[in-house]
Design a protein around this ligand. Structure first.
Ligand SMILES: [Mg+2]
Length: 410
């Protein structure tokens, strides 16, 4: 069997690019899409090339950005529009293969192994798609072409905007292995720091390091990263029709010691709600129902759920509900907790209801901005780069890497 040919396609400055399609004059000035442009606490969500030249960075505050670039033009986000563009762009991808797996609104993997007879080799398909998205949608994309998903993603990041980068297996040592370790998927700031202390600076260093040492340094993540660096990632690209509708999102955890005090329980639930909320927002969803499963030290478990007054994607609101449920059904000591949310609705539908509510609830608005900022930082620097203060000091064995939970799809 020959190598697979995988593309990772990343829309450049996606939100800003979409805004420039509607208002082409915005391309001529430094511009950023940001939450709450009128207020001072807004956060930069995306910036165009001109703003980038001033050093304007994603996730900084408007105030910080304006200090670098006083003439920065601020545009409020229009998520519904970005979702529509995302659907149109993915429809172009789907003309080349039925194996299209969106990773976020502006990134998708494609497996084009079987498409080459019809459309040319991986690089040709990448260049064709890149030209078509630019001409038909008005957005530039960067494409990585490689033999696995992880290296394809490295490629789309390597050169941008509007570029194709090919990483072949035979060139792995002189291309991918020379890149800094933190450019690899799931290497956040804290993992990178840990590796740097062992003089592991490049992906090549990581590949040449004994796997057991990496596991000692990073736990399970070390094992995964060892595979990634050696080019052993064999995860398939999902088929378009296979990505079924998510009915619920949940995450559970057995803690290093049993949870006894109210504070223990709050810390445990906080971490779980945080990861569930992050995944909801990534999928563009909000939930009406919060469910908690509590397992005691005899491994007896009970499940309780509650319906919220409005759909949410906020960790803080889930935590309030989960805490109430858990405290009302609390055994002497808790071995394991699971938080699952269901009754999922599209963010846009939820938005119309909650926009009104949010105006009367400035705290909710502020909380949403805060949690969106956390998402951005985590996407960029890794899960453990930001942790809620309450979860920092604990002996519950809360994992350093991104919590993984099962998404219930049927
Ligand atoms: Mg992008």
């Amino acid at each position: 069997m020959g190598d697979r040919v995988i593309l990772h396609i990343d829309c450049n400055s996606f939100y800003a690019s979409v805004e420039q399609v509607f208002r082409p004059e915005l391309a001529d000035v430094p511009m950023a899409v940001c939450g709450d442009p009128e207020g001072r606490r807004g956060i930069i969500l995306a910036k165009n090339e001109k703003a980038k030249a001033y050093g304007v960075a994603t996730a900084e505050t408007i105030w910080q950005a304006k200090r670098k670039c006083p003439d920065l033009v601020l545009v409020p986000p229009r998520m519904d529009e970005y979702r529509r563009f995302s659907r149109r762009i993915n429809a172009i991808y789907a003309e080349y293969t039925d194996m299209v797996e969106p990773f976020s609104l502006d990134e998708s993997w494609l497996d084009v192994t079987a498409s080459q007879q019809l459309f040319g080799d991986g690089k040709t398909i990448a260049d064709t798609i890149r030209r078509r998205v630019r001409e038909e949608i008005g957005v530039t994309v960067s494409v990585g072409v490689s033999f696995n998903k992880v290296f394809a993603k490295l490629g789309s990041d390597y050169k941008k905007p509007d570029a194709t980068t090919v990483f072949l297996r035979k060139d792995m040592e002189k291309t991918v292995w020379t890149l800094p370790v933190n450019s690899l998927l799931f290497v956040g700031r804290s993992a990178a720091n840990t590796l740097a202390k062992s003089h592991i600076e490049t992906i090549g260093d990581l590949a040449r390091t004994d796997r057991d040492l990496l596991v000692r340094l990073l736990g399970k993540l070390g094992d995964t990263l060892s595979d990634y660096a050696r080019g052993l990632d064999d995860a398939p690209v999902a088929k378009l029709g296979d990505v079924r509708e998510v009915k619920s999102v949940g995450n559970g955890m057995t803690f290093r010691r049993d949870l006894v005090t109210e504070e223990d329980i709050r810390v445990g639930l906080h971490v779980l709600c945080d990861s569930v909320a992050h995944r909801l927002r990534r999928s563009g969803l909000r939930a009406w129902t919060v469910q908690v499963t509590i397992k005691d030290t005899d491994l007896k478990s009970i499940t309780r759920q509650t319906t919220l007054s409005r759909a949410t994607d906020l960790s803080s609101e889930m935590l309030t509900a989960a805490m109430t449920l858990t405290m009302a059904n609390r055994p002497k000591a808790i071995r394991m907790l699971t938080v699952t949310v269901s009754g999922l609705t599209d963010q846009t539908t939820g938005e119309q209801i909650s926009l009104f509510a949010d105006e009367q609830l400035p705290d909710v608005d502020r909380q949403r901005r805060l949690e969106h900022t956390l998402d951005r930082l985590r996407d960029r620097y890794g899960w453990s780069s930001v942790r809620p203060g309450a979860t920092l000091q604990n002996d519950l064995g809360i994992a350093e890497s991104a919590p993984r939970g099962a998404e219930d799809e049927d």
